[in-house]
Design a protein. Sequence first.
Length: 305
Amino acid sequence: MNDEDGTARDDGTYVQARQTPMVLQSSRRVRSSARHIIEVNPFRCRIWTMHDRIEEHITEESCADEIKSFAAHGQLIPALGRPIREDIGHDVEIICGARRLFVARHLNVPLRVDLQDMSDRQAIVAMDLENRHRKDVSAYERGLSYSLWLRGKLFSSQDDLARTLNVSAAQVSRLLKLTQLPSVILSAFPSPTAIRECWGLNLYKAWQDPQFRSCLALRARGLVTAPCTDAEKVYARLIAPSGNRATRRHASHDEVVRCPKGAPLFRIRRHRRFVVLLVPVERVSEVALERIRLVVSEELIRPLQ
């Protein structure tokens, strides 16, 4: 057996972290009055195909904190799984807990699982409830899951999915758009999981603009050639306005405020975390500017009082 097959511990025992041998001879049930918990051989578990994690991003490095916690305190929170009855190589299908499964295999210890019989839709609801507010489940991963569930006919439509998961149809649409970004854009980021939900929507809209698409693709290829590890800087470089006037209008999302007769008065521009009022100089006297200053100040102070 060579070094690539595993690692040796100080006590002389051999651990296979990357293979799937029968390292634990059996699964043990842990009696609980409230939940049906078992301890199971992690190599007798498989990840559910509808799971919302990208498995190649679950690594020893990304799970370093969990590995340290497992080693020091044991597994504090059980994974969620359901029994498998038609797979001679596996006993449990993991619905929630891909990282916990990785760590248990890495440390060669039993995996604690909350075992339940559930349908695919019930499993999706349970997984979504656990993962929705976790920072380490990215918008891109959620979007991939939504796309997978829709293609698998687990939901009849985006609206059906939104109602079942109790999320807005608009958010479902935004997350699906994120997964439709071309590979050249995804490759520009350190990882697709680093792309924020709002970034994905803006990049999707920019890619749909024929006048900006070639510029966006060129910038993305440049970032692939000279990678940047700061996702926020990558996004800023990709979405920065070009010299094209139409593109600048698209990127800034200006709202034109008009008088009752239809003549433009001023513009409202939303730029990242700020709102900018653009008023033509020739229309603003010092007196009018002072009035604007007072009105805006009053509106911003009011919520603080």
